[in-house]
Design a binder for this molecule. Sequence first.
Ligand code: UDP
Length: 333
Amino acid sequence: MSKSFPVLVTGGAGYIGSHAVLALLDAGWDVVVLDNLVTGFAWAVDERATFVQGSVEDMELTERLIADHGIGAILHFAGSVVVPESVSDPLKYYRNNTAASRALVERAVQSGVRHFIFSSTAATYGEPESIPVREDAPKQPINPYGRSKLMTEEMLKDVSAAHPMNHAALRYFNVAGADPDGRSGQSTAGATHLIKVAVEAATGKRDHVAIFGSDFDTADGTGVRDYIHVTDLAAAHVAALEALIARPEDSYTLNCGYGHGYSVIEVLDAVDRVTNRQIKRKFEARRAGDPAALVCDNSAIRSALDWTPKLDDLDSIIGHALAWERTLQDREV
Ligand code: UDP
């Protein structure tokens, strides 16, 4: 596979972006990271990459970066990701996830960038009518976050039809875990995601874990999700990049998940098993807008890309998240 050009990674100082940067570098790509450091951390960017602090909305900057480095592909992770915040401040989401993406895509097209990979989300489906959910299932997002991402997906389809730039929109399910070699992990403060919250409780940073709802229509009544290891997700981006280069006429919209789910209770049992202790659990009311179960059909990504999961194991996901949590807490002391 020719690696004849460097790639630009926006949001490369964030959780998923920093793991994608590692995967790209490990695969031999030259990487330029653009991140405004609002939620990311400069130390999360591997030193083999070139780091530039700035905004994807700054069209002069992105034009210059693309030209100066000869960027041939963009992996666009930068964006806002907190669902409840998208409800209270929708314009922030339409700005950061839709308008900023539009600005970046315009520069990409004008500068002759041929390949674009976009971080999309299972939130584009809303409450799926049935699971596992396929890519062609109805897209009825139930919050501005999902809508802001779906709009960018639609925009990219139109752009790829009109211009010589193909794209991959990767719909992430529940991303968790950390780099198995301990080089990066989920570092943003004020976590709300279950596995991060649970490892914080396991390391004494929190008193307990709240279980949001026990009356869902699932086997044990708690919410079921498809948890994917962040390192497998990062590898999917490298595979998507290779596919976009190999098949310049094709674009892709692909679910990223393992195709099976775990309930909240199964996740907490696994955390107890991995840590060999019992974290305190408190049953609470359902969180607004939480679907009962969200599990993907991943047959499309398996056939479209050269990608097979390597870390599809809940205990490993939790073990790596826990190791990173300890690293972070040592750093904070
Ligand atoms: N959840 C929970 N307690 C928490 C955080 C999450 O019970 O402290 C549940 C949530 O209701 C959902 C699942 O865990 O059923 C995954 O939630 P998360 O916030 O990790 O991701 P989401 O699926 O909302 O994107």
